[in-house]
Design a protein around this ligand. Sequence first.
Ligand SMILES: C[S@@+](CC[C@H](N)C(=O)[O-])C[C@H]1O[C@@H](n2cnc3c(N)ncnc32)[C@H](O)[C@@H]1O
Length: 242
Amino acid sequence: MLRLPVFLLSLVVALAIAPAHAGDMAADRADMVRTIEDIAADVTIGTGRRPISRRVLDVMATVPRHAFVPDPLRRYAYTDRPLPIGHGQTISQPYIVALMTDLLQVDAEDVVLEIGTGSGYQAAVLSPLARAVYTIEIVEPLAASARERLAGQGYDNVTVRAGDGYYGWADHAPFDAIVVTAAAGHVPPPLIEQLRPGGRMVIPVGAAFTVQHLMLVHKSEGGEVRTEFLLPVAFVPLTGGH
Ligand SMILES: C[S@@+](CC[C@H](N)C(=O)[O-])C[C@H]1O[C@@H](n2cnc3c(N)ncnc32)[C@H](O)[C@@H]1O
């Protein structure tokens, strides 16, 4: 067996571990997840506190948010705040991504629609939780780069389309869950139509460039729609021709 002096052996081990660890930023991600848990313990959602499920937190501990932000901002990737991604758009705050994902209560067999792909991060978080994720982005270059990024990271059950998400994606409807990550003045009727009975939608509703309200929409098995306002939020507006 090859014998190495102890200091040389430690150097070899350090070199083997350090680049992978530094590049993957797992420790920063674990800190981000702890921050999300702390915020969830403090914030009132609807009528009470809402801890984020372990399943969602575990996924967020694996998705490399640093790969979804522009290179110069990578060192801020695991701080709990939205960051610019170009074209006047943002990647959402990690706590809000966790909360919206949790509210959707996605099952392994579920098909999910996201409106507002942006960087692709929210779709990447949904990917391991669902059977398929369909996501629509109105800014074509963002849709193209998110598609490439998601495929490069191996999120193979995510399909990205450039277009106006107000109208949903009828070809793949009905959806078990729908998440809208841009603020709408009202809940788009095509999205309610494309939600499966028993399904859930999470959407920020309110005027552009003010505080909006995060709304949870339930569609009962009988097709009855019930809405619940959960907390004030600030999202970029849902644009398009509707
Ligand atoms: C807050 S960002 C989304 C963040 C994204 N979910 C992520 O994980 O990076 C909102 C996105 O919605 C997109 N958007 C706005 N109006 C839209 C519409 N009508 N249809 C599809 N996407 C839209 C914006 O271009 C922007 O990229």
